[in-house]
Design a protein around this ligand. Structure first.
Ligand code: F6P
Length: 463
């Protein structure tokens, strides 16, 4: 523990949900915040993930597990439908991932979003001590800072967006877009994963709001208030993750995958089952590789781990059906009685098991259409054997591509590009694999989650 002020983290999702595995399965947020809170005194406030009528009574469940104290509330079914499934995941999520075609603009869900943010403020404000530093996370809670200020909370309050910030020409399609950004300017520091998302935000502030921007210091001045806006690329919990390789669980998982694939090279994808992750497009790319290189079907087995996510939202139901159809089609056409080219798995695994699978896989396929960062890419690199590393094939549209420039970068919309990258990765000489791994491992190790936390909180402390 340090003598830093107490940290109050507020996010929609709190403790790591049971059996959902590593970053790809649960999203990067839960793991990152768990790591951030383990190393300092703090409190983590948010939704329990449960529906109950106690959501109305304001009951707060406080627990301490594994050195982290959480304070969670349940939500009513109406709140979940309007705030979580509705505005957060059927409006903001698709819009912020450039999927205007999927974004729903409904007045009722927008009201539910405001109502639950107000509820979060009402229930969390009494837990905040005068010297605490408050750190709010992600698109579910953009207006929370303003709601806390309205309740007299004077503390330093920061906000971090884990997903992309969309280009202005898309963002202005959101009804009341200006109102949302004005609430954001109640924070002392607003953080983004990459310079690209930061630049989009600054562009909006300058051109739509008429705010004054100082790009050197990151200061956004508007109506007498100043907010610092900067990029803070999130990283993995290197100390924890890199040690998993020594565990029996990781070794067994590695062995399990290797022995079941025998002489064939394993290629792996690990993602929440989300349309932003580009999984059907990835399957198309693999299909194209098989079409172009039929003699190599028996060289490769692709393992896609995809735990279902946000299952009450229609676009997620559709993507699941599409994926099942595509995998079924390729397997039907390309399988033999003793060989299936695509293993599609709808469940999560522990961090240690994923470490083992990553290490066993000669190729890591991380091809989101748009992604704030993507920690699976970093975990895949972290799990490799330095003497015989696998190859990371990474979408140029993932935030991680700005740091992992020595991955094989692809356009995830192009099946030809993915097919070409697979072929290149399969045939890549050991020396080149080692060179690429060495060029990436430093940033994966050093720009870790502890650094991310320290950098953000340093700026918040001096803002
Ligand atoms: O990392 C982005 C994010 O949306 C987090 O806010 C969220 O916790 C995670 O993905 C997983 O999504 P969900 O909480 O909806 O299961």
């Amino acid at each position: 523990m340090t003598s830093d002020p107490r940290l109050v983290v507020i996010s929609n999702r709190v403790a790591v949900p049971k059996a959902r595995g590593a970053a790809g399965a649960q999203g990067g947020l839960a793991g990152a915040l768990h790591a951030a809170l383990k190393s300092r005194e703090g409190l983590w406030f948010g939704w329990s993930g449960e529906e109950s009528e106690s959501g109305r009574t304001g009951h707060i469940d406080t627990q301490t597990n594994d050195g982290v104290t959480t304070a969670t509330i349940d939500l009513s079914q109406r709140d979940i439908d309007e705030y979580y499934n509705g505005y957060a995941n059927a409006t903001l999520w698709p819009l912020f991932h450039d999927r205007l075609d999927l974004a729903e603009y409904e007045r009722e869900t927008a009201k539910g979003y405001e109502r639950v943010n107000e509820r979060f403020a009402e229930l969390s404000a009494p837990l905040i001590g005068p010297d605490d530093v408050v750190w709010v996370h992600d698109y579910h809670l953009i207006p929370l800072g303003e709601r806390l200020r309205a309740r007299g909370v004077q503390n330093r309050i920061g906000f971090f967006l884990h997903i992309p910030w969309p280009p202005t020409r898309l963002f202005v399609s959101l009804p009341y877009h200006e109102r949302l950004v004005r609430t954001l300017l109640n924070y002392d520091v607003v953080g983004f994963q990459t310079k690209e998302w930061l630049d989009s935000f600054l562009h909006y502030c300058e051109h739509e709001l008429g705010a004054e921007i100082d790009r050197n210091s990151g200061k956004v001045s508007f109506e007498g208030r100043t907010t610092i806006a900067r990029a803070y690329p999130i990283g993995i919990d290197w100390d924890h993750f890199s040690r998993l390789g020594e565990t029996g669980e990781a070794r067994q998982a590695q062995q399990r995958l290797m022995s079941s694939t025998r002489r064939r090279a394993a290629m792996i994808g690990v993602d929440r089952l989300d349309y932003s992750k580009g999984i059907p497009e990835r399957i198309d790319g693999i299909g194209r590789f098989f079409d172009r290189n039929p003699e190599r079907v028996s060289d490769l087995v692709f393992v896609q781990i995809a735990p279902p996510s946000r299952e009450d939202v229609e676009s997620y139901q559709k993507i699941r059906a599409e994926l099942e159809q595509k995998c079924g089609q390729i397997n039907g056409a390309r399988s033999e009685v003793d060989m299936v080219p695509i293993r599609y798995v709808n469940r999560g695994y522990s961090h240690a098991e994923l470490f083992g699978f990553f290490r066993a896989a000669k190729i890591g396929l991380v091809t989101p259409l748009r992604d704030g960062m993507n920690l699976v890419a970093k975990e895949y690199v972290a799990a490799q054997d330095p003497e015989d590393p696998g190859v990371l094939v990474l979408s140029r549209f993932a935030g991680a591509a700005a740091q992992l420039k020595d991955a094989v970068l692809v356009n995830p919309h192009s099946p030809d590009d993915i097919a070409h990258a697979i072929r290149m990765a399969l045939d890549m000489p050991l020396e080149e694999r080692k060179r690429r791994y060495q060029a990436m491992i430093g940033t994966v190790r050093d720009d870790n989650v502890q650094e991310w936390t320290a950098n953000f909180l340093r700026d918040l402390g001096t803002a």
